[in-house]
Design a protein around this ligand. Structure first.
Ligand code: NAG
Ligand code: NAG
Ligand code: NAG
Length: 506
C-alpha cells in the first residue's frame, strides 16, 4: 500500500516536472515532494517523516528555483532547534511545521519569509515560550498557530511586531498566566483568540482589554471557577462569540457580560452552573441569539434571567436537573426561539400553557426525560411551526391522552419525529416496551376515574375498563376519538347547560 502511494506520488511529481512547472526535480528517496497546482499556478512543497539531512537538501533545491512556495509543510521531521539554515533563502506564503520536536527558534530563522508569510503553524511541538524574537519581523502574518506546545506563560509583548495578526491559536498549551501586556502590539488587529485547553483559573481580563477588535474568544476547557462583572470590560464592543464551556463555573453573576454589546453566541456548556443571576445577561439582551447551558446543574429553566433576551433563537439546556416546565418559563422571550434542547433532564411535568408563547419553535428536544404524559392541549400552540420533535426515551403511560401523539407520528405531521428513535410505552404493563406508533387506537384508552360515588375507593380493573371502552368506541377512527376525548373535557358544563335549557323550556 505504502509503496503504491509513494509510486503514485512519484509519478505525479514527475508528470508535474514535465509540465514545465515551477517544481524542480527532487531525489525521490528523500520523502520530500513538490507539487504544482496548474490552475492556481502554485507550488506546494512538503517533507514528511524524513531525515533532517534530506529535508535540507530538498529545501535547498526548491530555494534555488526562486519559487515562492504557497504551502510549505514539514511534518514529523526531528528538528529540535530551528536554525535559519533550515529555510535558507526559501520564500513561502504559508509555513507549517507540525510535530517536529521544535524547542527553540533562532531569532533570524524567518527573516527571509517576512514579506510573504501569511500564516505560520508550529503546532504539536515543544516550545515553552512564544518565540517572540523570531516572529517579530513577520509584519504581514495573518494567522499564527502555536497549539499543542508546552507554553505556560504568555509574556509581555509576546506578539509585538505582528501588525497584521488576526487569528491566534494557543490551544492545548499549559497556560496559567497571561501578562497584562501580553497582547500589546496586536490589540488593533486581533479578531480571533483561541485559548482552549489551557490551565487558566480566571478570565485573563486585564490582557484582554487591549483587544478592541476581538470578535471571537474561546476559553473552553480551562479551570475557570468564577466570573466577575469586569471580566470582559474594555474589549467588548466587537465580541460576537464567547466560549466558556468545560470550565468549573458554579454561577453566573449580575451583569457578567454587560460590556459585550455585540455578543451573539455564548457557550457555557459543561460547567457546574446552579445559579444564574436574574440580571446575568444584562447588556446583551438585543444581541444574544445562541445560548448554551447544557451539562450543568440547573434545577429549573432560568426564566427570570432569560426574559430579557429579545432575540434568543437557540436555547440549549440539555442534561441539567430540570423537573418541570412551568407556565411562564418561556414568557416574554419565547417568540423568537427556534431551537429548544431539553433532553436528558428529569422533566415529568409540562404545564398546560408552557409552550403558548413559542411562536417560532421549529425544533424541540425532550428525549430522555421523565414524562409519562404529554397532552394535546399543551402542544397545540406549537404544532403549526414544529418541524422536529423528540420525545423518545420517556416512561409514557399509553392511554387516551397520548392518542394525539400517536396520530401525529402516523400522519407524519413533522419532518422528523424522535430523530429516528422509537417513542415507547412504559405503562400500562401490557403495552410496556411497545412503540407508540404501533399501538392500535383501541389500545389507547383511559381508565375512567369516577369523581363521585362509592366506587372511588376501588379503581376499576384495567381489563374491565378496557372492555367497556372497546364496546363504546370500538369502531371509531382515531381522529374521532381525539375529538371524543376533548368533548369529554367539556362534558360536565354542557350537561349542566342542557339541563338548564330543558328546565327553562318546560
Ligand atoms: C505523514 O505521513 C504519514 C504516513 O507516513 C501520514 O500518516 C501522516 O498523515 C502524514 N502527515 C502529514 C502531516 O501529512
Ligand atoms: C515519524 O517518522 C518516523 C521515522 O522518522 C516513523 O517511524 C513514524 O512512523 C512517523 N510517525 C508518523 C506519525 O508519521
Ligand atoms: C419521575 O417522576 C416521578 C413522579 O412523576 C418521580 O416519583 C420519580 O422519582 C421521577 N424519576 C426520576 C428518575 O426523576
Amino acid at each position: 500500500m505504502m509503496t503504491r502511494t509513494s509510486l503514485l506520488l512519484l509519478l505525479t511529481s514527475s508528470l508535474v516536472q514535465s509540465d514545465a512547472s515551477g517544481c524542480p526535480s527532487l531525489a525521490a528517496s528523500q520523502g520530500c515532494f513538490c507539487q504544482f497546482q496548474i490552475k492556481a499556478k502554485r507550488v506546494d512543497f512538503s517533507c514528511n517523516s524524513t531525515s533532517l539531512e534530506d529535508l535540507l537538501t530538498s529545501t535547498e533545491t526548491i530555494a534555488d528555483s526562486q519559487q515562492v512556495v504557497w504551502h510549505l509543510k514539514y511534518s514529523n521531521v526531528s528538528i529540535g532547534h530551528f536554525k535559519k539554515s533550515l529555510l535558507g533563502s526559501l520564500r513561502a506564503n504559508h509555513f507549517i511545521a507540525l510535530d517536529c520536536g521544535i524547542t527553540s527558534i533562532d531569532q533570524d530563522a524567518f527573516s527571509g519569509l517576512s514579506d510573504d508569510l501569511e500564516s505560520l503553524d508550529f503546532g504539536q511541538n515543544k516550545l515553552e515560550r512564544v518565540p517572540t524574537p523570531a516572529l517579530e519581523s513577520l509584519a504581514n502574518l495573518d494567522t499564527l498557530d502555536l497549539s499543542n506546545n508546552l507554553i505556560e506563560t504568555v509574556h509581555a509583548e509576546a506578539f509585538k511586531g505582528l501588525k497584521s495578526l488576526r487569528f491566534l491559536s494557543l490551544l492545548g498549551n499549559r497556560i496559567k498566566f497571561v501578562d497584562d501586556l501580553a497582547f500589546k502590539g496586536v490589540g488593533g488587529s486581533l479578531t480571533h483568540l483561541n485559548l482552549i485547553g489551557n490551565a487558566l483559573s480566571t478570565v485573563p481580563s486585564k490582557p484582554l482589554q487591549i483587544l478592541s477588535d476581538l470578535q471571537w474568544l474561546h476559553l473552553h476547557e480551562n479551570r475557570i471557577t468564577s466570573l466577575a462583572k469586569e471580566d470582559f470590560s474594555g474589549m467588548g464592543e466587537n465580541l460576537e462569540e464567547l466560549g466558556l464551556a468545560s470550565n468549573q463555573l458554579e454561577e453566573i453573576p449580575d451583569r457578567a457580560f454587560a460590556y459585550l454589546k455585540m455578543l451573539n453566541s455564548l457557550d457555557l456548556d459543561g460547567n457546574r452552573i446552579r445559579y444564574i443571576h436574574p440580571k446575568a445577561f444584562k447588556g446583551i439582551e438585543r444581541s444574544l441569539e445562541w445560548l448554551k447551558l447544557g451539562e450543568n446543574q440547573l434545577s429549573a429553566i432560568p426564566a427570570e434571567s432569560l426574559r430579557r433576551l429579545k432575540n434568543l433563537m437557540d436555547l440549549n439546556l440539555r442534561q441539567n436537573h430540570i423537573e418541570k416546565i412551568l407556565e411562564d418559563d418561556f414568557k416574554d422571550y419565547g417568540e423568537t426561539l427556534q431551537f429548544i434542547y431539553l433532553q436528558k433532564n428529569r422533566i415529568h411535568t409540562i404545564e398546560m400553557k408552557a409552550l403558548e408563547e413559542l411562536d417560532s419553535l421549529g425544533w424541540l428536544y425532550l428525549s430522555s426525560n421523565n414524562l409519562s404524559v404529554v397532552s394535546d392541549e399543551t402542544f397545540q400552540p406549537v404544532l403549526d411551526t414544529l418541524q422536529a420533535i423528540d420525545l423518545s426515551d420517556n416512561p409514557f403511560n399509553c392511554d387516551c391522552h397520548i392518542a394525539w401523539f400517536r396520530d401525529l407520528i402516523r400522519d407524519k405531521k413533522f419532518n422528523v419525529v424522535n430523530m429516528g428513535k422509537e417513542t415507547r410505552c412504559r405503562t400500562p404493563p401490557r403495552l410496556n416496551g411497545k412503540s407508540i406508533a404501533s399501538v392500535s387506537a383501541e389500545d389507547l384508552v383511559c381508565v375512567e376515574k369516577a369523581s363521585t360515588g362509592a366506587e372511588d375507593s376501588s379503581p376499576p380493573l384495567e381489563d374491565s375498563s378496557r372492555g367497556v371502552k372497546d364496546s363504546s368506541q370500538g369502531g371509531k377512527d382515531s381522529s374521532q376519538r381525539m375529538e371524543d376525548s376533548s368533548h369529554q373535557f367539556l362534558a360536565c358544563p354542557s350537561l349542566v347547560l342542557l339541563l338548564l335549557l330543558t328546565l327553562l323550556s318546560t
